[in-house]
Design a protein around this ligand. Sequence first.
Ligand code: AMP
Length: 586
Amino acid sequence: MLFIELAQTFEKMEKTRSRIELTYHLVELFTTTPAEIIDKVVYLILGKLGPDHESSELGIADKIVIKTLSHSSRIPVDKIIKEYNSIGDLGEVAYKFLTERTQSTLFAQVLTVDKVFSTLLKIAHTSGVGSLDIKIRLVNSLINSSSRLESKFIVKLILGNLRLGIANFTLLDALTLAFTKDKKNRVILERAYNVSSDLGKIAATLANGSLSEVQSISISLFTPVRPMLAERAVDSPEALKKLDGFGLAEFKIDGERIQIHKQGEKIELFTRSLENVSSNFPDIINMIKLLSPKEMIAEGEIVAINPNNLRYLPFQNLMRRRRKYKIQEAVKAFPVMLNLFDILFIDGNDTTNLPFLERRRLLKFALKDNRSDRIKLIEQTQVSCTKDIDAFMTKALENGCEGLMLKNPKTEYRAGARGWAWIKLKKEYSGKVIDSMDLVVLGALHGKGRRVGKYGALLLGAYDRVNDTFYTIGKVGTGFTDEILSLLSDRLSKLVLQGKSPRVEAGSLMMDVWFEPRVVLEIISPEITLSPIYTAARDAVNLGNGLALRFPKFSGKIREDKLPEDSTTIDEVLELYRNQFKQKSN
Ligand code: AMP
């Protein structure tokens, strides 16, 4: 398949703001893509070179691409930089400056999807002495062999800023339609995705095999399973009701969720967003090596601790372990511990279909030889009345936790699913602050005064799972230190879109900049009110009005561990809104 065919589809997709149209373009693309390269096409659509847990960074800086473009177009570097500063996207700059004429004289080879993919992979995998020169040569070869349109997308892929607005869920829809012609089969694909976290693999299995082969994709070591997620209860009576009167309550620790894969001495750690963070936690890996199961997939919360009394420390301390260099120094300076709460696989057996009570027993068994005080089973107790829950909540808060997780003892592990089998219950409402919410940054207004050159207010959104859409809920401009504001501006500037994402419903609200919905912030707000401006739960409480945060404030926590789809949902916001009145009437 020629790369130009893919580039033409990308061009159509970039111009589309409708989800249905995007799905249509994807279906058309998949039906014409040869089976041997369909996995590569899927990864490229997502701007990646493999599944999330394997995807490699290319390590190419803007200035290298600028030099290459200058060389190919014979336009001076400073003119290219000027244009880049004004457009903000080097792919678009390439499209503007690389005329077809300059390209055709340099035409060296016809680019296929396979060729582009393998060259990008080579760029990513080249390392060591002299690697930069090799990378530059490879970038040059790609740009010099491509047409204007091709180079636009090649540059975007190289710099990691191809943003077609395609969510994994849209891809699943399109794959179902293209290969099975029946929307009902989506659940089969979704299950396979939840256990394999690899859309390319699912596409290739469908294209080369059959739906029943997709059905038999199962949990496997070193392929992260998409995590089971919790619903939020507003108080202990609601939680108990959802558990049918009996549950297992656990500490909800303010750390980072880690999925551990172990096979003998080989151990890998994945975050909730499926990032491989093994290199950050050599101390934890050494302790896991000593556990008795030969093979194991388990989950737990890593938390920063005070080494003198093993007390939990807030999340921010743990984030200091997330670095590329000087890992051993960080291990000493910021000690952590692992609190295990689930087991998905042990010595050849998939345990996800067992009830939680049974999995807990197996987890305890897996830890039987553990001698380290830095690994333990999470604190757990049985609860059958609100008094039990409230007492355990007090204990959890005294121990520095953020609340409780309440779990149904009978339920299996539901990969990738959020439901009432797991319920999170945070601190009791103080009456002043409702609760924290994890909201996605959708857009921004330019900063004024001290914030000139940075973003001022950030537009926030909550997620609706049914429509896979983000709805607006307010703007936040307080709670940011200068340091965090710079960091955020940096991160967000890489997510700028030409217009609003097709996954965002913002009504008639105008912003200076729109972003790809990706960055999740923890926000606190004293109240949720009705508003004609915002679209969250519009018409659900009152016709013409949506829900909005009153005086929202950033808590200081960027939720690096959360995908935008894991943010607070519209249903949760509605529940929190309604709960305010319950609180007042009590
Ligand atoms: P939230 O991030 O508020 O949606 O809450 C879910 C997160 O709580 C999980 O992804 C875990 O990182 C964390 N967590 C802390 N303690 C537990 C626990 N005992 N069981 C499950 N998740 C926990």
